[in-house]
Structures are given as C-alpha cells and as structure tokens.
Design a protein around this ligand. Structure first.
Ligand code: 13P
Length: 254
C-alpha cells in the first residue's frame, strides 16, 4: 500500500513572516487533526533550518524539503547549495528537475542525474519531476517525452537507490495555468509511468513507487485526481500558499 503524499511547492513566494505563519498554521493543523497522509512543504531553502527547529520542538511529522540542489559535491559554484548542506539543516526531501528549473536554468538530463545522485548520497528522498509541454501534448508525444525524461535519468539508478525516489508527473501546460489534467489524463499518464518502472525494475518496485500529480491541483479538483488508482499524492504550487486551500486538499486525500 502506497502512502499518499501531499506536498506544497512554495516556489519563490512568501517572505519570512508569511512563511513562518503558514508553517506554524500547518503544524497546528497537523496537531489538531488526525491526518493519515504524509504532508511535506518545499519552502525557499533559507527557511528550512527554522522549520526544522520548529517541527522538532512540536514533535511534528511534517516533511520539509528544498526545491533544488547543486549537481556538484562542493566547491567554487557561487550561488549553489549542495545536497549535503540541505541534508545538514534537517530536510528530508529535494525536488529535482522541476519544469521551471529545466526551462529557466537549462537543466539537462545529465545534470539532473547528478543532482539525484547527490541527494541520495546524503539521505534525501528526491522528488523527481517529469512532464510534457503543451506542444508535446498537442502532437501526442507525451509518452515519448516522459519515457525519455525518466530513461536518461532515474532509470540509471540501482534498484535500491530507485526505491528512494518519488516521481512527480507535472504536465507543463497545467502548471500555474489553472488548466488541470483531467482525472482520466492523469491516470493514463501515471499508469504509463508505473508501467515504465515495472519494465525497468519489476512489479514489486513499481507497486511501491509513489507517483504524485502536479499542475493546478486545488480543492475543487483534488478529490477526483487523488482518487485515481495510480495517483499517489499531489505536488501543489499556488494552492499550497493558502492554509485553507492546502488543508482542503489534504482533507480530500483521506
Ligand atoms: P500549480 O499548482 O501552481 O499549478 O504548480 C504546480 C507545480 O509546479 C508544483 O511543483
């Protein structure tokens, strides 16, 4: 049985006070409700240590992660943050290959593979993002694109390492656009991805692999998306910045 993961990708939003308030509200929500799914947030990495201290002090089970890490171990890479540093401030997860990073920072499959290796080396669970662009979908190339994104990156990992990876399917045309994949489209792609995992690593690994959906998930569509058999959770952008909406999405997953 795969445990649902509801994850909030805050992207480059919220100043210190806003972020502290939102995280404190999440800790409170978790303390006051019986939540039987995993919940994690990916704030800007400057907030991670404080969140770690806060959740430790309150015995909270909330997960925290960074939105990216360097492909390098350490050294003269101005502006970058190493996976070892992210692990050392108490994070458990790391997003790798978000489409905004692929697009605005020209992240290649090669560097993404290195990032995953760095993350795993320091005990972080990579949430590896994949997804096709609008033109790929219009040309019915979505399965080809996803196959390629996985085949040249995480499918090079050993079975043991791959088992620590969470996949996030995020169709680029659905991110921040208000356009969501229909539950049928999401299920079709998730089932396709699980099939790829099965061909590469076998049935047991595929059955355990968590595949999250991301792209304009909100309270009004979360229940239907999350009830698809191969959708194991959500990676939520905009709606994760509101405690009310994020709480409703968490509620829809139970
Ligand atoms: P939105 O939920 O704002 O579409 O963002 C999705 C996303 O990119 C999560 O990583």
């Amino acid at each position: 049985m795969r445990k649902t993961l509801i994850a909030g990708n805050w992207k480059m939003n919220l100043d210190w006070d806003e972020a502290m308030t939102l995280f404190a509200n999440l800790v409170k929500l978790e303390a006051e409700n019986h939540i039987n799914v995993e919940v994690a947030v990916f704030p800007p990495s400057t907030y991670l240590r404080h969140f770690y201290e806060l959740k430790k002090g309150r015995n909270s089970g909330l997960g925290i992660g960074a939105q990216d890490c360097s492909a390098h171990e350490s050294g003269a890479y101005t502006g970058e943050t190493a996976a070892s540093m992210i692990a050392s401030v108490g994070a458990q997860y790391i997003l790798v290959g978000h489409s905004e990073r692929r697009e605005y920072h020209n992240e290649s499959n090669h560097s993404l593979s290195d990032k995953v290796i760095q993350a795993l080396k320091y005990g972080l669970s990579p949430v590896f993002c994949c997804g096709e662009k609008l033109e790929d979908r219009e040309n019915e190339n979505q399965t080809f694109v996803i196959d390629n994104q996985l085949d040249s990156t995480i499918f090079n990992l050993s079975e043991e390492d791959f088992s620590k990876v969470i996949i996030a399917y995020e169709p680029v045309w659905a991110i921040g656009t208000g356009k969501t994949a229909s539950p049928e489209q999401a299920q079709e792609m998730h089932s396709f991805i699980r099939g790829l995992v099965q061909s590469r690593y076998g049935h047991d690994v595929a059955e355990k692999c968590r595949i999250l959906y991301g792209g304009s998930m909100k309270p009004s569509n979360a229940k239907e998306l999350l009830s698809q058999p191969d959708v194991d959770g959500g990676l939520i952008g905009g709606a994760s910045l509101s405690i009310k909406e994020f709480a409703q999405i968490i509620d829809s997953s139970v």
